[in-house]
Design a protein around this ligand. Sequence first.
Ligand code: PEP
Ligand code: MG
Length: 319
Amino acid sequence: EAERALEEDTAPGATKDGDPIDLLVNIGTAADAERAAAADDARTVAGSGLFRTEVLFLDAQTAPPVAAQQKEYTAALAAFGGRKVVVRTLDAGADKPLAFATLPGEENPALGVRGYRIGRIHPQLMVDQLTALAAAAEATGTQPWVMAPMIATPAEAAEFAADARAAGLAKVGVMVEVPAAALRAKEILEQVDFVSIGTNDLAQYAMATDRLKGDLADLLDRWQPAVLDLVAATARAGTELGKPVGVCGESAADPLMALVLKGLGITSLSMSLGAVPAVRFALRHHTLEQCQAMAAAALAATGPTQARDAVVALLDPTT
Ligand code: PEP
Ligand code: MG
């Protein structure tokens, strides 16, 4: 019965005292978007906070033509019917190799030409993708948000923003998943309209720990205070500049962590559709002030276990 109550709670994401936070879903294809929209006819999610476009082309041997891309993006935007959709430009390389984009034989592909950097060797890929997305926006009469992955510097953010705006896209952002970007979040946010934190890669790069190596999972723990520091610094920059700062990595799907993220000032959480009810429930049973106390406690902890325990100790006893 408790589970049913959880599923039936369809209010928009907010704290107990009504402070809002967008709850969004991660998708990889137009079919995912349609599934999420259909499973969500009560419109309980505010849209998609991460459309991983490289997933569409994992099997492609050659670069996808503009028309084929346009078709997929149009279907995904249409599925959400005008709700927010954050489209990420191709994040090829390392754990997501694309035959037509990635350099073969790199010794350290996670540190090599991946994500936004692919534009250095294949500039047309970015041009085509922005063109296709702008056409899909036009066809659906919607205004998608667009963001680039693996941005490391304000200069890269400025370059991407200029290209996306020139293509006719109005809401332009970048991912913060490289520690350098988190440390310079304010300068990056001055170039764009929003940022979204990819905690999977942010943890990988902050902890110098391959995200695919299960036997190092203790280092990759999302509760590592150093990773939380980088998230906090990024959130602070967003609050200062009054611009949205989302989280779209796995951290967003953890209900306890969601409370901490809300307390840090994060404005949206994007996760798998199945994770939404528990995250919504946790947020609705804690005030903003409680979330802020949890965030402070997590940041003050000496290690990941201590950080998580400190937050558990502050859970509202009535929930
Ligand atoms: C991340 O790095 O946290 C992220 C959301 O992107 P991906 O997992 O696709 O690299
Ligand atoms: Mg990433």
